[in-house]
Design a protein around this ligand. Structure first.
Ligand SMILES: [Zn+2]
Ligand SMILES: [Zn+2]
Length: 333
């Protein structure tokens, strides 16, 4: 049974998260913050408004990134275990648990737990007000740690978005600014000449691309949880509802397909019967309804109608020939 996100075994995404936090903070400092606040020796002064903007932006980035680390750490370190299971393990680990209203029995834990709790196969325990198992933090998110988890998502969304804006502005100024003491002059002096500036621009572009992907993913997660909170449901309940909706849609689709096939079969049978009737009329009785009487909008049936018409005509021709023969015999008699 895993206690929290720091309990072994660790997973790859969790380690990647630990790497990404410092990567984005150090990357922003080196590629965006320092170049924009550095004062080149060749310039007597820098624009006070421009520097103030960078200091405010930088302060917000560092504030939100530290907030993200703090909240993420809290979400990881809290044990989201079900309260009944926790009490059972502390007071009566070998005994039998008592059921009651609002409780359900977990066959894996062999303990009565809250109805809102669900058993997590990664953590191997029942989780209080289960939401989901977060692979990035490698811990279950439930009633006890949902708040720090969501605050962590908000903080990461905020600081990565600000970093993306700052890096995009820096790159725009780097390529647009002339030699009048703008960003390019600062970068050339800070990173060792034009070659250093070109390498810097390449890293800054790669950093902006990584930020763009991260902001896209975290924005999706942020708006998903905002929507869940608006609806007052958990991720688990959303997944269950979505699975039921998909199942219902699949059932309706199958029904529609079945009805369509039955209708097609019925129309085909009716079309074939119609052809037979026409063929029969044309072949045996001649005249009558003829071919023009009833047409079906079935290609095959229409073809048979056409054949029936020929038979009819042939039939008439044959009848006339027989009559002529009879006339001939009568004449001979
Ligand atoms: Zn359980
Ligand atoms: Zn879990």
């Amino acid at each position: 049974m895993r206690k929290n996100g720091l309990t072994a075994p660790l997973n790859a995404l969790q380690v990647l998260t630990w790497f990404l936090f410092p990567f984005f903070i150090i990357g922003y400092t080196v590629l965006s913050f320092l170049p924009q606040i550095s004062v080149p020796s060749s310039l007597p002064t820098t624009g006070p408004v421009w520097d103030a903007q960078n200091y405010i932006l930088g302060s917000l980035v560092y504030l939100f990134s530290l907030l993200g680390i703090y909240c993420g750490g809290q979400a990881c370190s809290i044990d989201p275990i079900d309260n009944h299971l926790q009490t059972h393990l502390l007071t009566n680990p070998n005994g039998r648990s008592k059921g009651g209203p609002g409780k359900t029995f977990c066959w894996v834990c062999q303990v009565h737990v809250s109805s809102s709790s669900k058993h997590c196969r990664f953590c191997e325990k029942c989780v209080h007000e289960f939401d989901h198992h977060c692979q990035w933090l490698n811990t279950c998110v439930g009633g006890k740690n949902y708040r720090p988890f969501f605050h962590c998502v908000c903080a990461v969304f905020a600081f990565t978005s600000l970093e993306l804006v700052a890096t995009a502005v820096l790159l725009a100024r780097f390529y647009v600014d002339g030699e009048d003491g703008g960003v390019r002059v600062r970068i050339v002096e800070l990173y060792g000449g034009d070659t250093g500036a070109t390498v810097f621009a390449g890293f800054a572009l790669a950093f902006a691309a990584a930020l763009l992907v991260t902001v896209g993913m975290i924005a999706q997660l942020f708006f998903f949880h905002v929507n869940l909170q608006r609806r007052g449901i958990t991720t688990y309940q959303y997944v269950v509802e979505d699975a039921k909706r998909c199942q219902e849609e699949g059932r309706k689709k199958k029904e529609r397909e079945k009805t369509r096939k039955e209708e097609e079969k019925r129309r085909k049978e009716m079309g074939q019967r119609q052809v037979c009737v026409v063929c029969w009329v044309g072949g045996e009785r001649g005249g009558g309804t003829g071919n023009g009487g009833e047409r079906v909008d079935n290609g095959g049936a229409e073809r048979y109608n056409s054949d029936a018409s020929n038979s009819y005509e042939n039939g008439v021709e044959l009848t006339e020939m027989i009559v002529r023969d009879d006339d001939m015999k009568e004449a001979e008699i």
